[in-house]
Ligand binder design. Structure first.
Ligand code: ATP
Ligand code: MG
Length: 448
């Protein structure tokens, strides 16, 4: 039994009353059967787009997808996509169908869908021609029809399969799994932004660790810069895993935060290039964070990552190996450098990275992260924490009143005062800061 929300149910009813078939379909059916809340509700129907529009005349309608048979209806402020039953013509480029063709039956529409768990519809009863419900119960992602043919039509399905498997912690059916690997080079045809969007989805899944390891060759296609990590033996007792398996483990131990997980995916990709066998008989990787950063920049730029995410990921990658300072002063300095958001993420990156090392080594290293996190929490809980110029109890205009000109020197003075507060040489209090500023100005004058 699926509970269809009222704002969708009333659209189904309108279509039914006008004599059409109509059912909710795809992701919403899958997620409802899993007991999860669907992101959105999609409807399919045998009504043609013009017929949908006339049945829905009382609602605002957007025609953005109408060429492919999709009309978006705004029902109580929520968009519902209503799509005419259709199949897809041949995919001559493996990217998008050359044409779509409207069809009469729901079963035919379901047969164009990617996986059995996505090929079910509900209109008071379940239509499930490919055994999707059984696959949901067993936790299996399986292509509808011949896997190699379906993945060949649209290579994005390779990543969609990995994303659904990671999201639900599902296994991939054997033939589908083999086809994923066999068809992996076709991913070269897919637009980079779509690859990136699926990759982020995979990283956020609970089962991401297993997927990264089992389908490593697929990731080697979309992240060729990271391919040398796969199976790369670190020959160091701190590491019980090869570089790629360590990356997979670290990602899966991290909080479900996109930037943190992207950073962990990329944090060690510079290691193979920096491998060096020490006189101690152990493998070392001095300088690898910089190489990882460079490779990560290439990857994120190619995948059209937005600038803000890219810059934060690159900072996290570059500094993933720095030990944290042991004093609050030191943590305040880091707060000044990174800001609270990036510093919190850097701590999350460190923790996951360390925990993905050999157990006794990890136990020895984790205290440094715990202490840093505790100090950060304390500092942020202070009534008036001070690690940014804006938090100083003195402003630019106060410095102007002391005789400074607006401009570079004034900005530098604010930073000097902030450093003095961070180093605990002065209270963050207006009079004290004013006095310090005065004496600095006098000193500077007497210097010249
Ligand atoms: P999500 O929870 O990520 O939105 P979803 O299953 O709803 O999952 P959508 O991308 O919204 O995924 O697509 C809706 C439905 O359309 C899918 O359930 C599936 O039936 C079908 N579909 C989407 N993309 C493809 C594709 N590339 N090939 C075949 N069928 C697809
Ligand atoms: Mg959806």
């Amino acid at each position: 039994m699926i509970q269809v929300p009222q704002y969708v149910a009333e659209l189904l009813e309108l279509l039914h009353r006008a004599g059409y078939q109509a059912a909710v379909v795809g992701g919403c059916v899958r997620d409802s059967l899993l007991g999860r809340t669907p992101k959105d509700w999609d409807v399919c129907t045998d009504a043609l787009p013009e017929q949908i529009k006339s049945v829905m005349e009382a609602y605002p309608v957007l025609e953005t997808g109408i060429r492919h048979g999709t009309v978006t209806v705004l029902s109580h402020g929520q968009g519902v996509e209503i799509t005419t039953y259709r199949t897809e013509g041949p995919y001559s480029d493996g990217r998008r169908p050359d044409s779509v063709r409207f069809v009469r039956s729901l079963e035919e529409d379901l047969s164009r869908r990617d996986f059995t768990v996505n090929a079910m519809a509900w209109d008071g009863k379940l239509t499930d021609p490919f055994g999707g419900q059984g696959d949901l119960e067993r936790g299996i992602i399986r292509c509808v029809g011949d896997p190699a043919a379906r993945l060949g039509e649209d290579a994005l399905r390779i990543l969609r399969a990995l994303r659904f498997a990671a999201r639900y912690g599902f296994a991939i059916e054997e033939n589908t799994g083999r086809a994923l690997l066999a068809c992996r080079e076709l991913l070269g045809r897919i637009a980079p932004e779509r690859v990136f969007s699926e990759l982020k989805g995979i990283l956020m899944g609970q089962g991401v660790g297993e997927i990264l390891v089992e389908y490593a060759p697929v990731f080697a296609v979309i992240l060729p810069e990271a391919a040398p990590c796969i199976g790369f033996d670190q020959r160091n007792p701190a590491h019980h895993l090869d570089v790629w398996s360590h990356i997979a483990e670290a990602v899966s131990l991290a909080p479900r935060e996109q930037t943190v997980r992207l950073a962990l995916l990329l944090h060690d990709i510079g290691k193979p290039e920096k491998f060096f066998m020490g006189e101690d008989g152990k493998g070392h990787f001095y300088g690898h964070p910089q190489v990882s950063r460079r490779l990560a920049e290439t990857i994120l730029t190619r995948l059209r990552c937005d600038n803000q995410t890219r810059e934060q990921v690159l900072t996290l990658v570059e500094h993933h190996d720095d030990d944290f300072p042991e004093t609050k002063k030191g943590i305040r300095r880091l707060l000044k450098t990174y800001g609270p958001d990036t510093l919190e993420k850097l701590i999350a990156v460190h923790r996951a990275d360390i925990l993905a090392h050999e157990k006794t080594w990890a136990a020895r290293k984790i205290g440094n992260v715990d202490r840093a996190e505790g100090m950060l929490r304390d500092i942020l809980a202070e009534p008036r924490p001070c690690f940014a110029v804006q938090q100083l109890d003195i402003r630019g205009e106060d410095l102007i009143a002391l005789g400074m000109e607006p401009g570079k020197a004034l900005g530098e003075m604010l930073h000097t005062l902030l450093d003095a507060v961070i180093e605990e040489r002065v209270e963050n209090e207006k009079q004290a800061l004013t006095a310090l500023c005065r004496s600095l100005l006098r000193g500077e004058k007497s210097d010249t």
